[in-house]
Design a protein around this ligand. Structure first.
Ligand code: 13P
Length: 251
């Protein structure tokens, strides 16, 4: 049984005042929600303040990135331990904006996955193909490489803590969602790939969430699909009504 996981990535939006206000509204608006996990990823400077609001609620906290070293002279970076100390449970790794704007590659992302697990954070490994890769018929080879390298040296025992987010780059912030069928096909391929790397029971248990222009009007169709276990929502997580409706998907 894979428990639905609905998460919001605030990216570089909201400040302390607006972030705290949204977090309060989300806590109030989800009190009656049962049987699903909820998580939000505010920007680094907001984490402590949002953590205070979320304390005692069912909404968990995540960070949008981290560095793999434990500590040191790495200006501008944050370690797993730092994120744990402000109550983060999850961390997004390999988000397409990190890959394409900040040139993170699969090898670096793998180091981060290993460091997150070692530090006690649950990694959400973000993968997905560019439009030209999809059009050239390379979606599966791109995704396979992102998974194979991203999970190098990851112990099977850690898989209960790992989530994969499939975010086709051409669907992020563009208003173009993958159809539920397209997304489900890639999710099914991801599950088969993880079964090949580890085992069928591990891949059957692993949650694979979808991201890319998820909105109140498409969440129900996406969540109805067998292999879609949740959502990683960008723009649609920045307004309380929109994100609460997404959290309360019906399928
Ligand atoms: P949008 O929902 O704004 O397309 O962003 C998706 C995303 O990148 C979430 O991590």
């Amino acid at each position: 049984m894979r428990y639905p996981f609905i998460s919001g990535n605030w990216k570089m939006f909201l400040n302390k005042t607006s972030g705290v206000e949204l977090a309060k509204a989300l806590v109030n608006g989800t009190k009656d929600v049962k049987d699903r996990d909820i998580m939000i990823c505010p920007g680094f400077p907001l984490l402590s303040d949002v953590a205070e609001i979320l304390a005692g609620s069912q909404i968990q906290l995540g960070a949008q990135n981290m560095y793999y070293e434990k500590e040191g002279a790495f200006t501008g970076e944050a370690s797993a331990e730092m994120l744990m100390s402000v109550s983060c449970s999850y961390v997004l790794l390999g988000h397409s904006e990190r890959r394409h704007i900040f040139h993170e590659n699969n090898e670096l992302i793998n180091k981060k996955v290993l460091a997150a697990l070692q530090g006690g954070l649950k990694p959400i490994l973000c993968i997905g193909e560019l439009l030209e890769e999809r059009e050239a018929g390379n979606t599966e080879s791109v995704v396979r490489e992102q998974l194979t390298t991203g999970f190098t040296d990851v112990n099977a025992a850690h898989f209960s803590d790992i989530i994969v987010a499939y975010e086709p780059v051409w669907a992020i912030g563009t208003g173009k969602t993958a159809t539920p069928e397209d997304a489900d096909n890639v999710h099914s391929f991801i599950r088969k790939t993880v079964a090949g790397l580890y085992s069928k029971s591990i891949s059957d248990e692993m949650r694979i969430i979808y991201g890319g222009s998820v909105k109140p009007d498409n969440i129900d169709g996406l969540m109805a699909k067998e292999n879609i276990d949740g959502a990683l929502v960008g723009g649609g997580s920045l307004k309380q009504d929109s994100f609460i409706r997404i959290i309360k998907f019906e399928s």
